[in-house]
Design a protein around this ligand. Sequence first.
Ligand code: GLY
Ligand code: MN
Ligand code: MN
Length: 430
Amino acid sequence: MFPLHVYQDRRDRLKGMMPKNSLAIISAAHESIRNRDAEYPFRQSSDFWYLTGFTEPDAVLIIGPEHPDRLFVRSKNPDQEVWTGRRLGPEHVTTGLGIDEGYPIDELDSELTTFLADITWVEYPFYCNDSAKIVDRAVKAKETKSKRKDRLSHRADLSRFLHQERLFKAKEEIDVMREAGRISALGHVAAMQACQPGMTEDQLGSIVEHTFRMEGSPAVAYQTIVGGGDNACILHYTDRTTTLNSGDLVLIDAGCELQGYAGDITRTFPVNGSFTEAQAELYDLVLSAQADAIDAMVVGKSIKSFHEAALMRLTEGLIDLKIIKGPLEEAIAEKRYAPYYMHGTGHFLGLDVHDVGMYEIDAKPIELSEGMVITCEPGLYLDKRSDVPSRYRGIGIRIEDDVLITQQGPEIFTKDVPKERSEIEVLMRG
Ligand code: GLY
Ligand code: MN
Ligand code: MN
């Protein structure tokens, strides 16, 4: 957890943007059942976590420019705490979290009716069903009470302020994300060192995740992808049941989570430690596309420019390797690369792996600015069925790093895992 003033400052900034006489409602996540009475590991809602630092389920934050900050939490219950863990309790909200007032979550609906008595404008993150349900109940209660139709006449999406705040990372967030990048890189290095033909994709993935845990990350930021051979061409492949074959490449897309912040790395390497000629040709092409894209990740450039740089290089290379036909401008205009490169070159990264923030404002791409963290992840996917020279079939490659945009140029949080072919081969030889 960051020092409490970090969360207070975030709430204060948000309140400074909200309209007069409005209230914002931000719900925490609930636990969800996996099967019978076993639950999925709990993960706090990112917006709620960002504003409170509080990691228990079933809580609701209510803030407004003219109101004290209020947090509803589960009441303490010694009998239940023996089974499911300690609770902060409403009486410790102020000392524990620096939030003005704590309330029992069971009193949310009745207290909310009082807080909303003179409010006509309510804000919540629209995508968040839990927050929306609370607002719906409050509106209903108000209608019934006042016999007038929906006196909470203005509902606005808090995301327009909150998600733009989350997009620009502050120093303390950058420090955590740099560490998430370092730990994620160690996981990939461990996998390269341990990889042997005959292992399953899942066994290799477990080495990555074991390293994350041993380095202090409690969870993965998303389901680890390990795809051997043709499986690397399935972008979000999570099956991981196939045995890794000598002569194939393996693609690992894995990142740890640290204090809620995501790492997101992809590396692709030969199962037996040596690239074939055909694999090397495609690998070097993706690597040079990534280098061109990272060069374009500078303050003031359009957010589209690094994708365009990657596309240009990949298309040029695909023409040189006779996988598609030129000339270059025509191949780009007709998207001849698209069967082999079908995704964007990067996304914002933060508390969510595909983090919040607007890529366009008024239909105009935004400019890259200091404090944004963006992945750079070009790839090529030539599956077994593709209409390409046979030596390239069954090869999927992606190379992904996490990049902080700074005035001094891009800083790569994930630089500690090799990506030059020769470096990978040396590391795998041991
Ligand atoms: N790990 C998901 C992605 O790279 O977008
Ligand atoms: Mn990514
Ligand atoms: Mn990824």
